[in-house]
Ligand binder design. Structure first.
Ligand code: G5P
Ligand code: MG
Length: 219
């Protein structure tokens, strides 16, 4: 049986995790699991988890660890193919819970300066069904307000208001940067610095193709 490649993509809010993840999925066929997309679908379906999560997302705070760990580990249990986790873990406690269940192969960190991020998120539009992201200046949809693939409406995220973005960045600084140390100590962390996804992507692409080859062998 072939081995499953398990990767995590980290980085501050708006650093391009969703953007780079789409390219990784296109290139390597990994299954993308975004904790934020999962939460937003629970919110829009008005599940119990969604009602609880909504209280935190709107103010830029993290959803409690027990709820988050339950949701994500449950999704991963049934995963039988290579996967890419985006937005989880975000606390050391989440990282510890994940490591008890899954053996992660590598963690990619997008190190993008905060000033760059605040401007980007003001112009972000998303397709809720797929998680595809656009930016009015950088990668606008072909037709204004519509998803390129399905033609469905795009929306702006509730938590992309400038004051909430600032709160999300503070939360990241306080609660998520220790997770980088957690993976650094385990020699699993690979950092990519830059301000443009197009420049960061070729480095991520090269790195992951080497990692996948190492795990699976060349035959
Ligand atoms: P999410 O959904 O995980 P964040 O805050 O981590 O949200 P976000 O906002 O989804 O991350 P991203 O995926 O890193 O950002 O970035 P992106 O969407 O690809 O790019 C951002 C914008 O920049 C887009 O418009 C894109 O087109 C544009 N862009 C990309 N590259 C470039 C470039 O080179 N140049 C330019 N000009 N533009 C570019 O989490 C949301 C909330 O859910 C909860 C929390 O409340 C969180 O705040 N949550 C959790 N809570 C607890 N534990 C967890 N594990 C949780 N996960 C989620
Ligand atoms: Mg995202």
């Amino acid at each position: 049986m072939s081995k499953i490649f398990r990767a995590i993509i980290m980085g501050p809010p708006g650093s391009g995790k969703g953007t780079i993840s789409s390219r990784i999925v296109g290139e390597f066929g990994l299954k993308h699991l975004s904790s934020g997309d999962l939460l937003r679908s629970q919110v829009s379906n008005q599940t119990e988890a969604g009602k609880e999560a909504k209280k935190y997302i709107g103010s830029g705070q993290l959803v409690p660890d027990d709820l988050m760990v339950r949701l994500i580990l449950n999704e991963l249990t049934s995963m039988k193919q290579d996967w890419l986790l985006d937005g989880f873990p975000r606390t050391v406690s989440q990282a510890e819970s994940l490591s008890k269940q899954e053996q992660v192969n590598t963690v990619v960190n997008l190190d993008v300066p905060f000033d760059t991020i605040i401007q980007r998120l003001e112009g972000r539009w998303v397709h809720p069904g797929s998680g595809r992201v656009y930016n009015l200046e950088w990668n606008p949809p072909k037709e204004k307000g519509k998803d390129d693939v399905t033609g469905e409406d795009l929306i702006q995220r509730e938590d992309d208001k400038p004051e909430t973005v600032r709160a999300r960045l503070e939360t990241y600084q306080k609660q998520t940067t220790p997770v980088l140390d957690f993976y650094r100590e385990k020699h699993l962390l690979r950092e990519f610095q830059g301000t443009e996804s197009n420049k960061i992507w070729p480095h991520v692409q090269k790195y992951l193709s080497e990692q996948i080859l190492t795990l699976k062998g060349s035959t």
